[in-house]
Design a protein around this ligand. Structure first.
Ligand SMILES: [Zn+2]
Length: 405
């Protein structure tokens, strides 16, 4: 029996933006929602209690990382992801398709993807190619110890079934923006075949373990920057029995809204759509306006650990000397735990001293900031003030002289 449900609540006239509620066995997600990333079953530097306190509704972990360490069987033995990491709310895992091809292979070009994956991936950019795709699956070498592994659609489902997240993604082939069109066509055939194999394998696993919580499976739309391929892929997946959809692959920032809108036109309205890996506030507005319900990104914690804080007037580098004796909070009226209790000067000191607490306090503020933005967008859709919010918010955030770019 499916415990998974998506109900649309309000729609914004003249756009594809909507609000809704996703119901999972571990609770509800009010959409649009920013899903915080907990790659290795932890949101870096934050306890689950702190994750809850920044109003995060769900956590997304990664099948590739958890397969390598500590192993999906161990998580299964520990009662599944939610219990293992002590996060009682809804969870997602992504299939590992992105990681086996990007971390494993040194696919530098994908990295023009929107959002924050760039740093992580570029570290492998000079390595020799370390992932090999064939029609059956992907052979790759671990970024941890160089050991050889092979992922298939079936194994990705077995891993994600063992990890036990509420929402899981079909295994797909990630291509890069510089792969030629012919290759994209060939790759898409594989992504389609793997999507069907994922459905079949998950159904097999469900019937083997009928008492387990229902896991919703999202098909992932690929097709790079090509309209015909994106639409073709979306139509194919729409004809199958997926619970929702992910939009993956390489997307240039400038074309984000356009690509999402093609895909959204082909997918059924009544199913949720997740955009994999975006980060910046302008991308968030674009995605929601074009029909995206949930999205995830590592940026808030990653840039926080690097000393950057999101503020209403752009991203600020707290390591800079002007914060040395700034005894005000990062944002004066911010309600996050960090801003209620600590000054910019203190954070500046922690960052310079390489104290671990800096990671925690900066991450709390940044996650709170982005989640609050998405919560405000949700309210603005309900109240019909989306465009007003978008205009005011982005004008302030990207005003000349702000340091976020
Ligand atoms: Zn704050």
């Amino acid at each position: 029996m499916s415990d998974f449900k998506f109900q649309i609540q309000a729609k914004l006239k003249g756009t594809s933006a909507r609000t809704g509620i996703i119901t999972t066995p571990h609770g509800k997600i009010e959409t649009p929602a920013f899903i915080v990333v907990g790659t290795k079953a932890t949101v870096k530097a934050m306890t689950p209690e702190q994750v809850k306190e920044v109003n995060a509704q769900a956590v997304l972990a990664n099948a590739y990382h958890l397969y390598l360490q500590p192993g999906h069987k161990l998580i299964e033995k520990g009662g599944g992801l939610s219990k293992f990491m002590n996060w009682s709310g809804p969870t997602f895992t992504d299939s590992g398709g992105f990681q086996v091809l990007s971390l494993g292979s040194g696919y530098k070009k994908v990295i023009d993807m929107v959002g924050g994956e760039a740093e992580e991936v570029s570290s492998s950019s000079k390595q020799e190619r370390r992932a090999f795709v064939d029609n059956e699956g992907v052979t790759f070498y671990s970024h941890l110890d160089g050991s050889r592994h092979r992922f298939t659609a079936e194994l990705s489902m077995q891993i994600q079934h063992a990890i036990g997240a509420d929402i899981i993604f079909a295994f797909d082939e990630l291509t890069s923006l510089v792969d030629p069109y012919d290759y994209q066509v060939e790759s898409l055939k594989r992504t389609h075949a793997w999507a069907d194999r994922c459905l079949a394998e998950l159904n097999r696993l469900r019937s083997l373990h009928p008492k387990r919580d229902y896991q919703a499976l999202f098909g992932v739309v690929q097709g790079a920057q090509y309209e015909d391929l994106r639409r073709q892929c979306a139509r194919f997946l729409a004809s199958r029995d997926f619970d929702g959809f992910g939009i993956g692959g390489a997307i240039e920032k400038a074309r984000l809204g356009e690509i999402v809108s093609w895909v959204n036109q082909e997918l059924p309205e009544n199913k949720p759509k997740h955009l994999l890996g975006i980060s910046e506030p302008d991308d968030i507005f674009q995605a929601i306006e074009n029909g995206i319900d949930t999205f995830d990104c590592v940026s808030p914690t990653r840039v926080g650990r690097n000393g950057s804080a999101y503020t209403c007037s752009g991203r600020k580098n707290i390591v800079a000397s002007r914060y040395r004796d700034d005894f005000s909070p990062l944002i004066p009226d911010c309600q996050c735990y960090t801003c209620r209790n600590y000054t910019s000067a203190y954070l500046h000191h922690l960052l310079h001293a390489h104290e671990l607490l800096a990671n925690t306090l900066m991450s709390i503020h940044n996650e709170h900031f982005i989640i609050k933005l998405v919560d405000d967008i949700r309210i603005s859709i309900e109240e019909g003030s989306f465009f007003e919010l978008k205009e005011n918010w982005l004008a302030k955030y990207y005003a000349k002289g702000s340091t976020n770019r």
